[in-house]
Design a protein around this ligand. Structure first.
Ligand SMILES: [Zn+2]
Length: 302
């Protein structure tokens, strides 16, 4: 797999990694950097800067920590010829994506591109990088395994966008639990990973979902189709179904609904009646659509 590193990410990661190193090492770097400024030709000067940062990227072991995690997934090495690593600005943007250029059946392997988005600080700090990449790359390994049967788009249902969004979140939570379960068995999961996976499943399936989460964490890897089926199954007895998204909810909002919210729901679901209420998830969605902010449970100040 050919590694393509974005220059700004290399430079920022080197700067951050040097901040944690000895004064002597930092001073040596700054001397070399000053020497680059002395190169008169602009193109040659840029090239000198690039070489300097590349050299420190290698010397500080930053490339090695990337390659070490990639080496834990030999199936990716043979199936994906290129890996592009670029900078992410926020933690939420960090992760891996697999791109496949269209057309040509047999050429599939050659057209794959693994894109990693990392914050420079993650790259500079080995343990955070390992934790993140191991999870992301195991997802990608599932995606390229024909036995998993991955499909990039989940089919839209007739139940509407709220239901589809919840199915996507549930699918992602279940897949992630399976990934974390396998990493735990390999001794490669981060501390607290199991509890985080249980909590993520609980958030989208309700309080009685522990057996389901345990099945994903401890059982064999499910296929894409099995995950989708589980994501669509009604949650085990967690209240009455919401009339809008169909998912069971222990709480239904009725009396506190703002008129703008009622109007927004009616616009999308003409047959809905106010007295039927809706689950808090849907209430928040329609509050956002109507531009109404959710009222805090306890008044602030005082
Ligand atoms: Zn709902």
């Amino acid at each position: 797999m050919k590694l393509e590193l974005a220059e700004p990410l290399v430079e920022e990661a080197v700067r951050l990694a040097l901040a944690g190193r000895s004064d002597r090492r930092r001073q040596a770097f700054h001397r070399r950097r000053e020497a680059c400024y002395a190169v008169a030709d602009p193109a040659a000067r840029d090239a000198a800067f690039r070489r300097l940062y590349r050299r420190y990227f290698l010397a500080l072991g930053l490339e090695r920590s990337l390659l070490e995690v990639l080496a834990e997934y030999p199936e990716l090495e043979t199936a994906i010829p290129r890996c592009r690593v670029a900078a992410a600005r926020r933690a939420a943007d960090e992760g891996a994506e697999l791109y496949v250029a269209p057309a040509g059946g047999r050429e599939r392997r050659r057209r794959r591109l693994l894109a990693l988005h990392l914050r420079p600080g993650t790259l500079a700090e080995g343990s955070r990088l390992r934790g993140l990449l191991r999870r992301e790359l195991l997802h990608v390994a599932d995606m390229i395994d024909p036995a998993f049967g991955y499909r990039p788009q989940l089919p839209a249902s007739t139940a509407g966008p709220v239901y589809d969004q919840l199915v996507r979140e549930r699918y992602a939570a279940l897949w992630s639990a399976s990934v974390i379960g396998r990493l735990l068995r390999r001794g490669r999961a981060e501390e607290g990973a199991r509890a985080a996976a249980l909590e993520r499943v609980r958030r989208v399936f309700g309080p009685t979902s522990e057996a389901l989460a345990a099945r994903l964490l401890d059982g064999p890897r499910p296929t894409h189709g099995e995950l989708l089926e589980l994501a669509r199954a009604p949650a085990a007895a967690a209240g009455a179904p919401c009339p809008l998204c169909r998912f069971p909810s222990a709480v239904h909002e009725v009396d506190g609904l703002e008129p703008e919210v009622v109007a927004a729901v009616r616009a999308a679901h003409p047959r809905w009646r106010r007295e039927r209420g809706l689950c808090p998830r849907c209430a928040d969605l329609y509050r956002a659509r109507a531009g109404v902010f959710a009222r805090p449970a306890v008044a602030a100040g005082g």
